[in-house]
Design a protein around this ligand. Sequence first.
Ligand SMILES: [Cu+2]
Length: 320
Amino acid sequence: MAAIRSNIVTDKAARDGYVEGILALKAEGTGIMSNSLGIPEPVVELSTYDLFVLWHIWAMSVFTPPTEGDRNAAHRGPVFLPWHRFMLILLEGQLQRVLGNPDFGLPYWSWVDDDENSPVWADDCMGGNGDPGRGFTVTTGPFSESSPFRVNIATNSDGDVVTVRRPLRRRFNVPLGLPTQDELRVALANSDYDVPPWDASGQTVSFRNLVEGWVPAETQPHLHNRVHVWVGGDMLPASSPNDPVFYLNHCNEDRIWAAWLENAAEPRYVPDQSAAEDLFRHRIDDPLYSIFTADDDDRWTPRRMLGVADIYSYDSLTFG
Ligand SMILES: [Cu+2]
């Protein structure tokens, strides 16, 4: 049976399972020491959860090719939605394993027109904002400083991977506001999955670039980007999967993509393989960048991500 993904606020079983599973993946050692991956001291043993953080950081530093500094192996280009769909599928599989529940579905946070008083920030869900008097340390909920949850992998101001050992941080940007129904409507109404120049610039007015949140360029951030910026703290840098809210946000973006795909005409994904080599990692049959599968593993591609009903589905494709 395929998993059914549901709303973390209204589905208590999904909420409890998510919290329990995340804590278990954080507590589960892999035997992989940080220095064995070339990360400077101090040495930490990476947990299963931390490997996903590292995968995301590395995906952001793989440029395709280096001259396209704008576009990386997971963002700022067409692969943004399929790559994160792949990441969520692998995380969901890990949650299913530690929970002993092969049908467990990753929950989503439906953030449209939501705010700082959302039940998502309650003590039995994600916990709340960081404490401004304490360096924005999270002091409530299951991932607070009084829990065993610690951030182990981060990036420094040069973007290099470093080890840390500290509680999670959040710094809500309440005046910014979360994404609105209007922004979402504009994105869903765009029938072009992506368009040249296939990047994060204001010229790329496409469904993908709207959902990722780079257009309209004059009034950024939107949708996905806005949620990262609004939560702040550990949700801002390349190591943003450190905050379990990361997956709830991306699950909702994936749900938006699922809704768009329901009504999409062909081609449902562009570019195809005839596109230039500098779009490597973003063409429909290119392998998705991964540290969990071999680099030439062609089972996981954007094309594969276009039909995932055998893996999971959503309980609802309505928003707000
Ligand atoms: Cu990302």
